[in-house]
Design a protein around this ligand. Structure first.
Ligand SMILES: Cc1cc2nc3c(=O)[nH]c(=O)nc-3n(C[C@H](O)[C@H](O)[C@H](O)COP(=O)(O)OP(=O)(O)OC[C@H]3O[C@@H](n4cnc5c(N)ncnc54)[C@H](O)[C@@H]3O)c2cc1C
Length: 328
């Protein structure tokens, strides 16, 4: 820390209030309070409110453990779904490929949850302990090095100075763009996404709600979220870029349910039953990716990237959000 920091609270600005950014604010508060370090954290989110899309996310046990470590374990357990094993099945006859046991006695388990409930848990944790000041409607446009500190210029013409800037502003990170000239590129996959109430499901023929039906170039994944009251659906299909010019990385990008039926033709009747429950207009998500960076810190360590801003990845490991939490 420079002279300023030895006399004043160390000022940390987090740009981007998604899962990675909010967890990072909590982790800084947790560790710096323990170490009796004087600090001040501000989180700057571009959107008018801290909000997540209506989809599920599976947090790996290590990420779930980190949430327990900052004192939000009970809250996470309350919103998580899924209590059975993870079943990998053949797409057509539903035959077993492998069953992965997910629950180990006494250990923190995988936590599949609704993204909105997870974000609310993190935000509530920040507010209840005064871990950070949360700002909305603050879109970072430009970053300027000022020697010992860094200045953030927002699109509303305001600025904020900090001793450390953490860029957690997602796959199209504006903070990253200041230091790296690359763009996210199409990964070759799209995903159909949806959430349906558990009570709308017909008789469930399997011993667990965590199931992936696998075929070449297509797989259909479900897991329960929201205290097992809803089933999250995410179904991946390989596509040529020319087939997805109108498909965006956005909840507003949709298609008819008929397209999901078409792409998953020949899949097991249980899959067809789940598709029938999806709305007429289904979310169709473009999956983008980034080349790995060889460094995630700039301006002599005064700017650092984390989460998708640093290392966006395709969702097949179900790991982007979990790794973003681990970064914090
Ligand atoms: C279909 C799909 C399924 C997935 N499933 C899983 C899963 O099961 N498990 C898992 O761990 N991961 C999963 N992932 C990956 C996971 O969603 C991401 O890795 C995670 O959301 C990254 O979080 P983040 O906070 O880094 O970025 P984001 O969630 O993108 O958050 C970035 C935040 O920054 C804000 N922002 C953007 N630009 C600016 C700016 N200029 N100024 C200020 N704020 C800004 C945004 O509004 C947003 O709030 C999945 C991804 C997809 C596409």
């Amino acid at each position: 820390m420079g002279d300023y920091a030895s006399q004043h609270s160390f000022r940390i600005a987090i740009v981007g209030g998604g899962i990675s950014g909010l967890y990072c604010a909590l982790a800084i508060h947790h560790h710096c309070t323990k170490a009796a370090v004087s600090f001040k954290v501000d989180v700057y989110e571009q959107a008018p409110e801290f909000k997540e899309i209506g989809a599920g996310i599976g947090l790996r046990p290590d990420a779930a453990q980190l949430i327990h470590n900052v004192g939000l374990g009970d809250g996470l357990t309350a919103i998580a779904g899924g209590s059975g094993d993870m079943l990998y099945r053949r797409f057509d006859d539903g035959g077993e490929i492998v069953t992965v046991p997910l629950s180990r006695e006494g250990s923190v388990k995988l936590a599949p949850c609704a993204r909105s409930e997870l974000l609310e848990l993190l935000k509530g944790g920040i507010e209840s302990r005064g871990a950070a000041t949360l700002h909305t409607g603050k879109a970072c446009q430009r970053v300027e090095g000022l020697g010992d500190s860094v200045r953030i210029h927002f699109t509303d013409s305001t600025t904020a100075d900090a001793d450390l800037l953490i860029g957690s502003d997602g796959i199209h990170s504006q903070v990253r763009r200041q230091f790296v000239s690359d763009n996210a590129t199409f990964s070759g996959f799209i995903a159909y996404r949806g959430v349906v109430p558990m009570k709308s499901l017909p008789q469930w023929p399997l011993p667990s709600y965590s199931v992936a039906w696998l075929a070449k170039h297509r797989h259909f994944l479900v897991f329960s979220i929201s205290s097992n009251e809803a089933l999250n659906i995410v179904a991946f299909v390989t596509k040529e870029e020319s087939q997805v010019v109108h498909t965006k990385e956005s909840w507003t990008s949709t298609c008819s349910r008929g397209e999901v039926f078409k792409d998953f033709e020949g899949f097991h009747p249980s899959v067809q039953d789940v598709i029938k429950l999806m709305p007429e207009e289904v979310s169709r998500w473009r999956i983008n990716d980034h080349e790995p960076l060889d460094r995630w810190h700039y301006l002599d360590g005064k700017v650092v990237l984390l989460g998708d801003a640093a290392h966006a990845m395709t969702p097949h490991l179900g790991a982007g959000g979990s790794v973003g939490i681990a970064d914090g």
